[in-house]
Design a protein around this ligand. Structure first.
Ligand SMILES: Nc1nc2c(ncn2[C@@H]2O[C@H](COP(=O)(O)OP(=O)(O)OP(=O)(O)O)[C@@H](O)[C@H]2O)c(=O)[nH]1
Ligand SMILES: [Mg+2]
Length: 180
């Protein structure tokens, strides 16, 4: 059984690039809920998501994907189940330049694995902090009970987002074919 419309939820740290990723690949005008960022101690960017992002993309094989973005700020965590429930897969984006990206990864992983067991992880802003060791993510993954695909990406690059989504959909379809 192959589905032709997938709901994918994007979760992860503030400023990691969830809204950017959806904007980068969506074929429709993205519905977004950006507001002035008042939490400048966590991140300097002027705007932040306070509700939901929604976009749509079609992969090369014709599979349609609904892209659902969540707010990174923990004070909006009540939105996560509202946006994430019913998702068939989750993309977790982590900002490599944040003060403790592994703590962030653990936190958002624990929160978003509740919505789907199909997860890909994208680490962004690797270009910003070149002196931080990238192997921390593989070391973290080795301690988990399940392995998930992990990519170093730039959320502004369409090809990077498509690679993550294609990997996620392939994983999901293998599972669906095995049960269907
Ligand atoms: N240098 C660099 N900038 C990036 C990269 N990925 C995304 N960005 C930028 O980082 C910012 C990410 O902002 P958003 O897309 O609003 O982040 P978000 O995850 O939606 O944040 P919240 O909604 O506040 O949780 C944007 O200014 C992007 O252009 C990257 O890999 N490197
Ligand atoms: Mg956002």
């Amino acid at each position: 059984m192959i589905l032709h419309q997938y709901k994918i939820v994007f979760g992860g740290s503030i400023g990691a690039g969830k809204s950017t990723a959806i904007q980068t690949i969506s074929e429709i005008d993205v519905i977004s809920t950006e507001a002035k960022n008042t939490d400048t101690s966590t991140h300097q960017k002027p705007q932040t998501t306070v509700g939901i992002d929604y976009g749509e993309a079609t992969l090369d094989d014709g599979v349609k994907i609904g892209l659902y973005g969540t707010p990174g700020q923990q004070r909006f965590d009540f939105m996560w189940p509202m946006v994430g429930l019913g998702a068939i897969g989750a993309v977790i984006l982590i900002d490599h330049s944040a003060s403790n990206p592994i703590q962030d990864l653990q936190f958002y992983y624990d929160a978003f694995k509740a919505f789907s067991s199909h997860i890909v992880i994208g680490v962004t802003h690797v270009d910003v902090v070149k002196d931080r060791d990238n192997r921390i993510y593989q070391q973290w993954m080795a301690k988990q009970d399940k392995l998930h695909p992990l990519f170093f990406i730039d959320a502004r690059q369409k090809k990077d987002i498509l690679l993550m989504l294609e990997t996620l959909i392939a994983k999901i379809e293998v599972k669906l074919e095995n049960v269907g």
